[in-house]
Design a protein around this ligand. Structure first.
Ligand code: GDP
Ligand code: GDP
Length: 435
């Protein structure tokens, strides 16, 4: 589980600008691969050899103009609950405002470390106003310009120092984590109960492992897993009585924490927009994925019902055809083990490492089958490929004019990569670099 950084502050101080700045290149890479523009309020980044997750709490509460104060309170609540370190953003050009005081009050009343970013310190003259913000009561104060990036390196250095020790983060739990997610009433609790009561699974509670989910240790066919259960918790927020909102935040958190997400769908209702949204989040975080169509007992079956159902899903998310779909019934205990079997496969695929020599043989074959196009009078040419990371897999392609590579050729490469090497249920990241 990566350390979490949450960005808070009143509107227009530069939270989302700073968010994008902190994500830096990673953000661009992820965006590049999918070819889809997304509203992004969280992402992963790294600095000084530490990986971490960043949340822009402002992004969760758009259009809050008539309710700035309650919006800010809700943001601070998310930050306090989710974060390991909080970055509190203010605007030196505007000075301390009443809303800044409100945020400061909330943040002072808790124990999480806070870094104050005196933003819009665009030059040394403006940075002179930054010390005024010590009045808010936080010692870690950094004049920064999110727009130009100046000062953000110093802020990041301090941020990383405040993270929990790498060892304690890494040794927390070593088993692969499975999250069962889905809209309300799709059958998450029923499925978890069915697994917990099943004689083929040995289950132990892990008390107090995380703040907002109940985790269990599950042993099945000689392997151990951590099952992240967000279903059981329906805690009401004191500030906003918005259960959907908080259940979404919690779902996102359990996706961030897991290695493989089981997206549970109510087959009696079909595959809906919210189901797509959950899949997209899991994809965004490069998690393993499987889709389980629950309540299959309620579906009227004819010869090809399952296939038609699955085809209809792939039609809605054509770039996710690599995600396995299975049909189950939690209440009738139909094929519930298949879920763990499929998770095992996806977990193994996610850990796979392909040797560079095989990748370059592969490169020869695919470019022979379909030559790279000409751009600006020169033929595009990929020199070599390496897998730079696994769990999740990331491939680097070294080539001339990477920006000119057409999207359809990129898709061709991904399809061929999957045809040859699998990666069932696993998003692969392909980075194209100039060489
Ligand atoms: P948010 O509402 O807190 O997320 O703020 P945004 O990131 O949307 O920024 C609000 C405005 O401030 C935008 O017009 C940004 O371009 C501008 N802004 C953000 N950071 C800086 C900065 O460091 N210097 C200056 N001059 N403007 C900035
Ligand atoms: P959750 O909100 O996702 O945790 O959903 P629950 O597990 O509480 O289930 C919601 C409702 O769907 C309950 O009435 C369950 O009995 C019912 N349900 C769950 N799984 C199945 C299933 O496989 N078949 C049928 N027919 N009903 C189911």
């Amino acid at each position: 589980m990566l350390p979490v950084v949450a960005i808070v502050g009143r509107p227009n101080v530069g939270k989302s600008t700073l968010f994008n700045r902190l994500l830096g290149e990673r953000q661009a890479i992820v965006h590049d691969i999918s070819g889809v523009t997304r509203d992004r309020h969280y992402g992963e980044s790294f600095w000084n050899d530490r990986d971490f997750t960043v949340i822009d709490t402002g992004g969760y509460l758009p259009g809050q103009s008539d309710a700035i104060v309650s919006g800010i309170r809700a943001q601070a609540e998310i930050a306090i609950r989710e974060a390991d370190v909080i970055v509190f953003v203010t605007d030196v050009q505007k000075g301390i405002s009443r809303e800044d005081d409100t945020v400061a009050d909330l943040l002072r009343r808790q124990d999480k470390p806070v870094i104050l970013a005196a933003n819009k310190s665009d030059n040394s003259e403006k940075a002179l106003d930054a010390p005024e913000f010590y009045k808010l009561g936080f010692n870690d104060l950094f004049p920064v310009s999110a727009l130009s990036g100046s000062g953000t390196g110093e802020l990041l250095d301090r941020l990383v120092e405040l993270f929990p020790d790498k060892e304690s983060v890494e040794s927390e739990e070593k088993w692969p984590k499975i999250s069962i997610i889905g809209r309300p009433n799709v059958g998450k609790s029923s499925l978890i109960n069915a697994l917990l009561k099943d004689e083929r699974c040995i289950v132990t509670d892990i008390a107090g492992t995380t703040r907002d989910s109940i985790n269990s240790r599950l042993e099945y066919e000689g392997k151990t897993y951590t099952l992240i259960d967000t279903a059981g918790l329906r805690k009401r927020s004191r500030v906003h009585d918005n259960i959907e909102f908080y259940s979404m935040i919690r779902t996102e958190k359990s996706i961030r924490e897991c290695d493989v997400a089981v997206i549970l769908v109510d087959a009696s209702r079909g595959f809906e927009v919210q189901d797509v949204r959950l899949l997209r989040i899991a994809e965004q975080f490069n998690k393993g994925m499987i889709i389980a169509l629950n309540k299959w007992d309620l579906v009227k079956k004819e010869t090809n019902t399952a296939k038609e159902f699955i085809d209809a899903i792939y039609q809605k998310v054509p770039n996710l055809k690599y995600v396995p779909v299975i049909t189950i019934s939690a209440t009738n205990k139909l094929r519930i083990h298949r879920i763990i079997d499929e998770c095992r496969i996806v977990l193994d695929e996610r850990e796979k490492k392909i040797p560079t020599s095989r990748l370059n043989q592969f490169l020869k074959e695919i470019t022979a089958e379909r030559p790279l196009p000409f751009k600006r009078g020169r033929q595009l040419s990929i020199k070599y490929i390496t897998q730079v990371k696994h769990k999740p897999p990331v491939f680097s392609f070294f080539m001339n004019m990477p920006r000119e590579l057409p999207a359809n050729y990129r898709r061709y490469i991904e399809n061929k990569l999957r045809e040859q090497f699998g990666f069932k249920g696993v998003p692969v990241t392909m980075v194209f670099k100039e060489k």
